[in-house]
Design a protein around this ligand. Structure first.
Ligand code: NAP
Length: 558
């Protein structure tokens, strides 16, 4: 007798919706969450300045009209505390907490072939079993620290932004260091520059950033948004990024330069990702188009930063605008105009070590009260690597994905039956407005369970051929994008994770855009799940699934 029909791991945005669907579906299911409470990203990241860069009303769940009608987003890009309140509200409204277990770290998940069951070992010593495991582990849930000598020697306060202390940090008059200039650092730096004594930013490579242009949402605006929700979600569904922002479909080179400049001037002042996603599509694929636009943004940075030397240091040289995920900012560049803020270029003078009182670069020593590591994540597959996941024949997922993930539709893995990932590597979620992607993934996974229930199947596994075909398709899309050349978490680069520092590409995300992804996975479902082999209840525990009739995929991935 199994403990559960389905165990979901992770109670973030994806896990919350997944358990809602499973409860509605009537499955005996639970969510196991390592944190003391729900919320995932929005539970952990409590650093100052943490907020959405998706329009709030496109980030919320779309599944309940009542929920849409009663929630008032207060800001166009709402902040972490409000986002966490929202997720708690959802859990309470739909009575989901009673299906969640907190402080439950899953250490191992092994597939027991004879029983067709997953057996999970938890950090508290318990073991649990389930027919299905659904992984909603988050894309950026394993923070990474630099590998610097002496990090435990520092006598002041130091932490990764992911673990910004719950009780807050006393910043007034403090000497603060921030290491990193990614999206997180850009939010923190802008927010704390006027609240600290001094702020020293250690930058290895600058990022291209553009204004967020946030604003309050009045009662009247919210009423209007509520009236337009259907239209808003329909727009999100037809745009590649799952946002309201639709690309400019005119050809970059067919539009006069003056016209291009006019468009960019307008987009720079508009809220959100418009500057990236309402732009010409060639920005993503054509070196010359990208270079011209990057130079436009460089000029904007020069206009905002008073010291020309600092401005030049803030302009990326190794990649163009938008080939890494674009951080959005509020007075980030202006922070460098303050007397108490200093930029240290550690590509010129690397950090040698952490000392008892601060940091030492090859040039000099710095004293700090607080060192903030805004140094990113073991992205996409990191959370999977942290669990000892073993499939058929004891194969470990860590070994299978050693050179990068291979999946079927980003949601299933050959050799790992009944393991589902609504927002897995190579799925449509990572590269889109996340909740729009996860709703798609969760719905698809739940529908698959329904199909299995209706047909008397209790085991599902994609074929090796279907997985290869999907992974090749994902790779092929990278080959068309300038992003393949960038050292970022989209290509699996992380200097702090052994094996991820050489810049070998890992094909982490699906780049075909939300509409194409949705139509492809729906086609698979409509075809009776071509590419997936099912076993009926009475057949489990017998024979080799890969050798069963029908195991050859017929799915055409386009
Ligand atoms: P990130 O983009 O990976 O940036 C990490 C930063 O730390 C980079 O500047 C990196 O430099 C630096 N760094 C890493 N290791 C270092 C080392 N050993 N020595 C010196 N510098 C080091 O991580 P993130 O800023 O946390 O952002 C990750 C993603 O989270 C974003 O792309 C975004 O998707 C999401 N996010 C979203 C929001 C939002 O607005 N909703 C806010 C924050 C984050 P290099 O570039 O040289 O590696």
């Amino acid at each position: 007798m199994l403990d559960y029909e389905v165990i979901v791991i992770g109670a973030g945005v994806a896990g919350i919706y997944q358990i809602k669907q499973l409860v509605d579906f009537g499955a005996k299911a639970t969510v196991l969450e390592a944190a003391p409470d729900l919320g995932g990203t929005w539970y952990w990241n409590r650093y100052p300045g943490c907020r959405f860069d998706s329009e709030s009303y496109t980030y919320g769940y779309s599944f309940s009209r009542e929920l849409l009608d009663e929630w008032h987003w207060r800001e166009r890009f709402s902040s972490q505390p409000e986002n966490l309140r929202y997720l708690n509200h959802v859990a309470e409204k739909f009575d989901l907490r009673r299906h969640m277990q907190f402080n439950c770290r899953v250490e191992a998940a092994h597939y027991d072939e004879a029983a067709n069951a997953w057996r999970l070992s938890l950090g508290d010593g318990r073991t649990l079993s389930a027919r299905f495991v659904i992984l909603t582990l988050g894309l950026l849930s394993i923070p990474t620290l630099p590998r610097l000598e002496g990090m435990d020697r520092f006598k002041g306060q130091s932490f990764h932004t992911f673990y910004w202390p719950n009780e807050g940090v006393e910043l007034a008059d403090k000497k603060v260091a921030v290491i990193g200039t990614g999206a997180t650092a850009i939010q923190v730096i802008a927010e704390i520059a006027d609240k600290v004594g001094t702020l020293t930013v250690f930058q290895r490579r600058p990022n291209w950033a553009a204004p967020l242009n946030n604003s309050r949402i009045s009662d009247e605006e919210m009423a209007d948004i509520r009236r337009r929700y259907d239209e808003i979600f329909a727009t999100c569904a037809r745009t590649p990024g799952g946002f309201e922002h639709e690309p400019d479909r005119r050809g970059f080179w067919e539009v006069q330069r003056e016209e291009r400049l006019k468009l960019w001037d307008r987009l720079y002042d508009e809220p959100g990702f418009g500057i990236w996603l309402r732009n010409f599509r060639e920005i993503f694929t054509d070196e010359a188009a990208n270079a011209e636009f990057s130079e436009y943004i460089a000029e904007r940075i020069r206009r905002r930063v008073k010291d020309p030397k600092v401005a030049e240091k803030l302009i990326p040289r190794d990649h163009g605008f938008g080939v890494q995920r674009v951080p959005l900012e509020t007075y980030y560049y202006e922070a460098y105009n303050r007397d108490n803020v200093q930029l240290v270029d550690i590509s010129e003078t690397p950090i040698e070590c952490v000392t008892e009182t601060g940091l030492r670069t090859t040039e000099r020593a710095f004293d700090f009260d607080i060192v903030v590591y805004a140094t990113g994540f073991d992205a996409i597959t990191g959370a999977y690597d942290h669990i000892d996941i073993r499939g058929r024949g004891g194969e470990t997922l860590r070994d299978k994905w050693n050179d990068g993930p291979t999946t079927f539709l980003g949601m299933m893995i050959h050799g790992f039956p009944n393991l589902l990932m609504p927002s897995g590597p190579q799925s449509g979620s990572a590269s889109t407005n996340y909740p729009r992607g996860i709703e798609t993934g969760v719905n698809w996974c739940t529908k698959l369970l329904g199909y299995m229930r209706d047909h008397g199947y209790d085991r599902a596994e994609p074929t090796a051929a279907a997985e290869t075909r999907w992974t090749e398709h994902v790779k092929q899309m990278y080959s068309m994008m300038l992003m393949r050349k960038a050292k970022s978490w989209f290509t699996g680069y992380n200097s702090n994770v052994p094996g991820h520092e050489q810049g070998r590409i890992r094909y982490f995300v699906y780049n075909g855009g939300a509409p194409k992804y949705v139509s492809t996975i729906n086609k698979v479902a409509d075809s009776g799940y071509e590419g997936i082999v099912f076993a009926p209840t009475d057949a489990t525990g017998h024979g080799d699934l890969a050798a069963m009739p029908g195991s050859e995929s017929r799915i055409q991935v386009v």
